[in-house]
Ligand binder design. Structure first.
Ligand SMILES: Cc1ncc(COP(=O)(O)O)c(C=O)c1O
Length: 450
């Protein structure tokens, strides 16, 4: 028997108030001491009082009557919710006896935030970590990974070249002492988001509008976050689950592949853990709109106030979002308009991280656009957020249309050694229910072993 590193169960991440009181109290006390291992117990969407961290966007910004509710990932330890799947994958590996402290090196294939999460978790739990990522992502990401003591193994390209990181991981996996936390393939990512994010989203709309969720939008990188939709659909069967993609890289929508500027999403594939059965729509969002939209939120306070937003609300939004968060918000607004949702309806979406890892992206925007004065921001605010654009929405509700996604998944994963039989089993809802059911098993085991 080896010593399993000490951390929370899935259920404790959803309900941190069920963590033994002394541990919870100590964990809250060390919140600002980033590298204290007790921070494992702060992996949650909830704040000190047990409320889900969220913002309901001002209607003067969204131009839609529906409530757009954004869950805030920046308050997770390490600055994004991707730390959750990183922890879940590592702890399941420990419970299964597959990953041994002091023996194995952890590999984290990523475009950034998952890599940051892996580096952070490995620091807290005492593992050597190697993060494999493209060499052209935002500078802030590499700085954080180094700060947490992980090594970097860089592959050429940007966001859309993530397949190269998978190929590199596949090579490194041949060393029996390496253990990949393969976010695109392994189901702890699904379990974390279905259980922890999905149920937190359901709690987040209590008392708001009709208290239900009409639509959930999430731009997949690994499609882990999208799994929250499976839980949302169980609670609210009418909910529409929408995967967002960059207009410049519409792989799920049309099989297209291109470079784009939305870090963390649009990875040119249908990931193995993507539950195609519950994806109702795929909608496309322009990458430059996301970068400009972020600029408006960060630097356009005066402009937003002119649009009628109270100064206090404008100030509240500052620093809460990254580029993909704006993509998710634009997708939420687009779908609210497309579905003709009203003031009783709630659309939930996610801000994976906050602004802290994007100043360099804003500097790049300023270099590319000679003018970013208020008159430009005013036009951007109107054109990007208030444009009522319902174009480029692809309906995947019928099984006939879903075939395209199943075929994409086969094209992406048969080459990595997954069998047709395994991929076919994912066409059955039971596959996903069985995988979700394992939450109980792992929770029990984590409690026994720690
Ligand atoms: C900034 C950012 N946004 C969105 C995502 C996508 O989340 P998921 O991998 O759960 O689909 C990621 C994933 O790394 C990310 O880093």
């Amino acid at each position: 028997m080896f010593n399993i590193p000490f951390g929370p169960t899935y259920s404790e991440m959803l309900y941190p108030d069920t963590i033994p009181a002394d541990v919870r109290e100590k964990a809250l006390r060390v919140k600002d001491t980033e590298l204290d291992p007790l921070n494992l117990f702060n992996i949650s969407w909830k704040d000190e009082r047990g409320a889900v961290r969220k913002i309901v966007l001002p209607k003067e910004l969204t131009g839609t009557e529906a409530n757009i509710v954004v869950l805030l990932g920046k308050y997770f330890p390490s600055g994004s919710h991707k730390v959750g799947p990183a922890y879940a994958t590592l702890i399941e590996g420990c419970v299964d006896g597959e990953i041994l402290p002091g023996t194995h090196t952890i590999l984290g294939p990523s475009t950034g935030n998952f890599g940051i999460g892996v580096a952070y978790i490995c620091n807290l739990m005492g593992y050597r970590a190697v993060v494999i990522m493209p060499d052209n992502m935002s500078k802030e990401r590499y700085d954080r990974i180094r700060k947490y003591g992980a090594e970097l193994d860089l592959t050429p390209g940007t966001e859309s070249d993530v397949i190269l990181t998978l190929q590199r991981t596949y090579e490194l996996k041949k060393n029996p002492l390496n253990r990949p936390l393969a976010q695109f393939e392994l189901l702890p990512n699904y379990r974390f988001h279905r259980h922890v994010t999905g149920n937190s989203a359901i709690e987040a709309v209590k008392g708001l509008g009709n208290g239900r969720i009409a639509c959930f939008t999430s731009a997949p990188g690994s499609a882990g976050t999208l799994a929250a939709g499976d839980q949302i659909k169980q609670a609210f069967p009418e909910a529409k689950i929408v995967a967002l993609e960059p207009y410049e890289c519409p792989t799920l929508a049309t099989g297209g592949r291109g470079q784009h500027r939305i870090e963390g999403i649009g990875d040119k594939m249908c990931t193995l853990i993507h539950n195609i059965l519950t994806t109702d729509f795929v909608a496309l969002i322009c990458d430059e709109d996301c970068v400009r939209g972020l600029k408006v939120i960060q630097d356009g306070a005066g402009v937003l106030e002119e649009l009628g937003m109270p100064a206090e609300q404008v100030a509240k939004m500052h620093d809460l979002f990254g580029v993909s968060g704006i993509c998710n918000i634009l997708g939420a607004i687009k779908m609210a308009d497309y579905l003709r949702l009203g003031p009783d309806d709630n659309v939930v979406t996610i801000a994976t991280d906050g602004f802290d890892r994007y100043p360099s992206v804003m500097e790049d925007l300023e270099r590319r656009n000679l003018e970013t004065e208020d008159f430009v921001l005013r036009r951007w605010a109107k054109d990007i957020f208030l444009n009522k654009d319902t174009k480029h929405i692809f309906d995947y509700r019928s099984m006939v249309n879903k075939e395209q996604l199943f075929r994409q998944k086969e094209k992406d994963w048969l080459p990595f050694g997954y069998s047709q039989k395994y991929l076919d089993s994912m066409r059955n809802a039971e596959f996903w229910e069985d995988e979700y059911d394992k939450v109980k098993y792992y929770d029990q085991k984590i409690k026994e072993m720690r």
